[in-house]
Structure formats: structure tokens, C-alpha cells
Design a protein around this ligand. Structure first.
Ligand SMILES: [Zn+2]
Length: 303
């Protein structure tokens, strides 16, 4: 059973909002694509793991601070006889290893050795578990989820599960593993209490309200929508969405982009840039939010 769900990383949420509203530098854009890809790979693995057994404990996306060192775990699986750390990689294409260094092929670009990250997390978690007097053995594995991934020159003892091995690995795990015990559930609770909720951002993106492109983004293609009729917006890709939903969706974007700012009719009307009158924006906001203050100083808050 899943004890801790995985959520979209805050940084990914922010970049999704910025994408299409400003030009991201090539570096930021590729960082964004990597985050998307990584998250999608983790979600795919979550699904496989979730379908596998009800008797195990799954904790997704953990962040610990152990002796002043931060470490993250993509997926932690607790069975009755072993605790597994899974580091999920959604690599695509051909890669090779040469003297402990990882490269893409044929371009020979060096990539971060994912094994080092895994070993670091393993070592820190092992110390943490030792401190908690947990005797269950710990095993760390790299999970390559993308069927289009291939790794040349990998040693047989590399702690990794490749796409073609994944189903067999999970089947074997199902057959051999013991159900988690009460003590393991207590351990899961303890780990949850140690998990750090606020992940410090590694990068900062600079932007102002003025410089962002205004509009309501289509959920299918990301382009800006236009007015179809009083109650609906349309997009060039053929999507149609109820105006109210689309505006409220954009309010959520505004909140992610400008967490410090108040939600006002003026700001949302300008941000969405799709309705003809401020009055229409106000109507939609007042159905979902409670108004505070008067006149020009009024703003909206959730009920
Ligand atoms: Zn569209």
C-alpha cells in the first residue's frame, strides 16, 4: 500500500506555468524537460509498484536531513524481509560506462553517474536506520523505466533493473517477499515524521508580472485560448473549455507564479487577458472565492 504519495515537484509546477509565458534560456528549458521526464518516469514506476502488492509499504519522494546532509529517495519499498531504495531514471537512448563514468552514445557526452547518487542515499539511509535500530536489510537499486534505454558495457553486478527485466523483477519480488509487519508500519510512520516537507529550491527563476505573456493556456497544447462564446473558450488545437474552469485554472497558475500577491479582479483579469469585461472575471472569482476589503483594495481568498 502507498503510505506516501508522490506530488509534482514545486519547481516543475512553476516551470510549467512559466513555459509559454516567457522565453526560458536553453539551459532552463532543458532543465525543465528533464524534470518533466524524470517525474513521468517516477509516476510510471509508481504505478507498476502499486499494482504489485498490497502487503508492502511504499513511500514515495522522501527528503531527509541526516547529520546536516540532505538526501532524497525516489521510492522506498518496505517488505517484511527487505527495505528497497529505488532510484528511478527515465533515460532514453544509448549510454555506455567507461571506467565508472557514464556517457551518452554516440555523442560521448558525460552524464552524472546515477550510481553515485544512489550509493550516497543508501549509505545515509543505512546510518539513519541503524540509529532507529532497524535490522531489516537494505538494498538499493537503479530502475531504468524507459524501454528505449540501452546501456553498453554494464557489469553484471551493477545494482540496476533494466526495462526488459522490470516485470520479472517485480514478479520475483512478489513471490519471495514477506508481508510488512506492524513494526515496519511503525518505521514508515517514523520515516514520514522525519521527511522534510519544504524542499529547498536549487534554482531561482526571475520574472515579473509585466514581462510574462498574459492569457489562458490550453491544457492540451499549452497555447493561449480565445473566447468562443459567453460560456466557453476555444483553442486552435480544437479544445473547448468552460470559461469558468479555465479562469479558475489560471488563478491557480497565478498563485504559483506570484505566491506573495493578493488575488484581485484586476490582476486576474489582466493575467487571463481573455474576457471582455472585468465584471465577468469578478463574477467567476466571487463564486469560488470570498471577497475581502472594499473597492480598489478588495481581494479574494479561498472560502
Ligand atoms: Zn490547445
Amino acid at each position: 500500500m502507498i503510505v506516501k504519495l508522490r506530488y509534482e515537484p514545486e519547481e516543475l509546477k512553476l516551470l510549467r506555468c512559466l513555459q509559454g509565458r516567457m522565453r526560458l534560456s536553453p539551459k532552463d528549458y532543458s532543465y525543465f524537460l528533464n524534470l518533466e521526464k524524470g517525474f513521468s518516469g517516477e509516476q510510471q514506476f509508481d504505478q507498476l509498484l502499486e499494482q504489485s502488492s498490497e502487503e508492502w509499504i511504499i513511500l514515495n519522494d522522501l527528503l531527509f536531513d541526516y547529520s546536516n546532509t540532505l538526501f532524497q529517495i525516489d521510492s522506498l519499498l518496505i517488505t517484511g524481509d527487505c527495505i528497497y531504495i529505488f532510484e528511478v531514471k527515465n533515460y532514453e537512448g544509448d549510454f555506455y560506462i567507461d571506467q565508472d563514468r557514464w556517457y551518452t552514445a554516440p555523442s560521448k557526452n558525460e552524464v552524472k553517474n546515477p550510481l553515485l547518487q544512489l550509493q550516497r542515499s543508501e549509505s545515509l539511509l543505512r546510518r539513519l536506520l541503524h540509529e532507529l535500530r532497524v535490522k531489516t536489510p537494505l538494498k538499493a537499486l537503479l530502475i531504468f523505466i524507459n524501454p528505449e534505454f540501452h546501456l553498453y558495457q554494464a557489469a553484471m553486478n551493477l545494482p540496476a533493473i533494466f526495462p526488459a527485466q522490470l516485470n520479472r523483477f517485480l514478479d520475483t519480488l512478489k513471490m519471495k517477499s514477506q508481508p510488512a509487519t506492524k513494526n515496519h508500519f511503525m518505521l514508515a510512520e517514523k520515516l514520514m515524521s522525519l521527511h522534510m516537507k519544504d524542499i529547498p529550491y536549487g534554482r531561482h527563476f526571475k520574472y515579473t508580472f509585466e514581462e510574462l505573456e498574459k492569457g489562458v493556456k490550453c491544457t492540451s497544447c499549452g497555447l493561449f485560448m480565445s473566447l468562443l462564446n459567453k460560456n466557453n473558450l476555444k483553442c486552435g488545437c480544437g479544445s473547448i473549455e468552460k470559461t469558468e474552469f479555465a479562469i479558475l485554472r489560471s488563478v491557480e497558475e497565478y498563485k504559483i507564479l506570484f505566491p506573495e500577491e493578493k488575488i484581485t479582479t484586476k490582476s486576474i483579469h489582466m493575467f487571463c487577458n481573455v474576457l471582455n469585461s472585468k465584471r465577468s472575471t469578478q463574477k467567476i472569482l466571487s463564486r469560488q472565492y470570498q471577497i475581502n476589503g472594499f473597492g480598489k483594495l478588495s481581494y479574494y481568498e479561498p472560502f
